[in-house]
Design a protein around this ligand. Structure first.
Ligand code: SF4
Ligand code: SF4
Length: 350
């Protein structure tokens, strides 16, 4: 494994050099907090952030994305023929992504890149992207990522993992993509492998000690879907929910979308737009029938999908990376950690 030392004095210059090859994305602060945004012109990733309001999911799966376009101008030979929208898939790098958000992208991959179906929009964007992670030295109170197989220095889904050592970064280069990015930045000062790994281990252990929040998922697998689906606790969990959808929009592992056609003068476009299973419109059929008409059905669906259906289907753990965004953002304090405890400890009474 290759380790590289980057003096923070050289950081900005190196990132600037990478712009010759990469479109850059990273944490930027605005009036709403930190967001992972395009780093246009000379904006640098703000690496002093704690966490971002939204994850890096939108770099691969934009909130609104053009899928297909067509002209309605009948004087044109190809009128009314839908064509794939032109999307720029030149190399891009997300610098400063948190380890749990990189792991979330791997979980979403399970849905968008399968043996039967490959979502070209997600997959092409994924292939074009290099993920440069930043370990979390001091995890916050909502972080429960050690319970979801990630942790503050998790490597899954990353091409490079950076550790912040005050005056420098220590970079662990995890993949070829990561190596190419480091070369583009001209970050080349190699560090001793054994010492560097030992330092990463110390930082990881120290950071993990700060995570006070944990969930237990061990018994979820052994329960049947029907048992959990028909459990009596869903009314209580759903009682205060206002179906605002915030928990799904901030979640790095939620992938629901709607498809809409829009026409402006002679241009037609088919859009993919984030949607939420918490909205009653999401499942309403054209006939008017709605299989998830009530709030309790929708709340149950969200938690069953994350904590049971996904687990059973993919056998890759739960569909949650423990970022804590939904816990922090829910206006009525519905907490996935508590729901998980309730589901995990539930025993059906005969
Ligand atoms: S954020 Fe809270 S209130 Fe809003 S839909 Fe999610 S659980 Fe319900
Ligand atoms: S369910 Fe909540 S804690 Fe889990 S990944 Fe989504 S936003 Fe983060």
């Amino acid at each position: 494994m290759k380790f590289i030392t980057i003096d923070k004095k050289d950081w900005a210059k190196g990132i600037e050099k990478s712009r010759k090859t990469y479109q850059l994305f990273g944490p930027v602060k605005d009036e709403n907090g930190f967001l992972i945004k395009s780093l246009e012109h000379d904006i640098l990733p703000d690496m002093d952030y704690y966490d971002s309001v939204m994850s890096a999911k939108s770099i691969l799966f934009p909130q609104t994305e053009k899928m297909l376009c067509a002209t309605l101008d009948e004087s044109k030979k190809d009128h009314h023929i839908m064509k794939k929208a032109e999307i720029d898939y030149s190399p891009r790098a997300v610098v400063g992504i948190r380890p749990y958000d990189a792991k979330a992208i791997m979980l979403v991959n399970l849905n968008f890149d399968t043996d039967e179906y490959r979502d070209p929009y997600w997959c092409d964007a994924y292939e074009a992207t290099t993920f440069v992670g930043l370990g979390i030295n001091k995890p916050g109170p909502f972080d429960f990522s050690t319970s979801t197989g990630t942790g503050p220095f998790g490597e899954e889904g990353l091409d490079v993992l950076l550790a912040d050592l005050d005056d420098k970064y220590l970079a662990k280069v995890l993949t070829n993509k990561g190596e190419v990015f480091m070369n583009a930045c001209e970050f080349k000062t190699q560090a001793d492998e054994k010492e560097s790994q030992a330092l990463f281990d110390i930082l990881r252990k120290e950071a993990e000690k700060n995570i006070a929040s944990h969930i237990d998922t061990a018994k979820l697998k052994e329960k049947t879907i029907l048992e959990l689906h028909e459990a009596p606790f869903w009314d209580d969990i759903a009682f205060s929910c206002i179906n605002c959808g915030t928990c799904t929009y901030v979640c790095p592992t939620c992938w629901c979308f709607d498809i809409q056609d829009e026409v402006k003068q002679k241009d037609s476009v088919r859009l993919r737009i984030w949607d939420t299973c918490m909205s009653s419109l999401f499942t309403r059929h054209a006939t008017g029938h709605n299989p998830r008409e009530t709030k309790v059905q929708r709340v149950r669906q969200r938690f069953m999908h994350k904590l049971k259906y996904f687990l059973d289907k993919y056998d890759q753990g739960i569909m949650c990376v423990g970022c804590g965004r939904c816990v922090k953002s829910c206006p009525v304090n519905i907490d996935i950690r508590e729901v998980c405890t309730t589901m995990n400890s539930y025993e059906k009474q005969d």
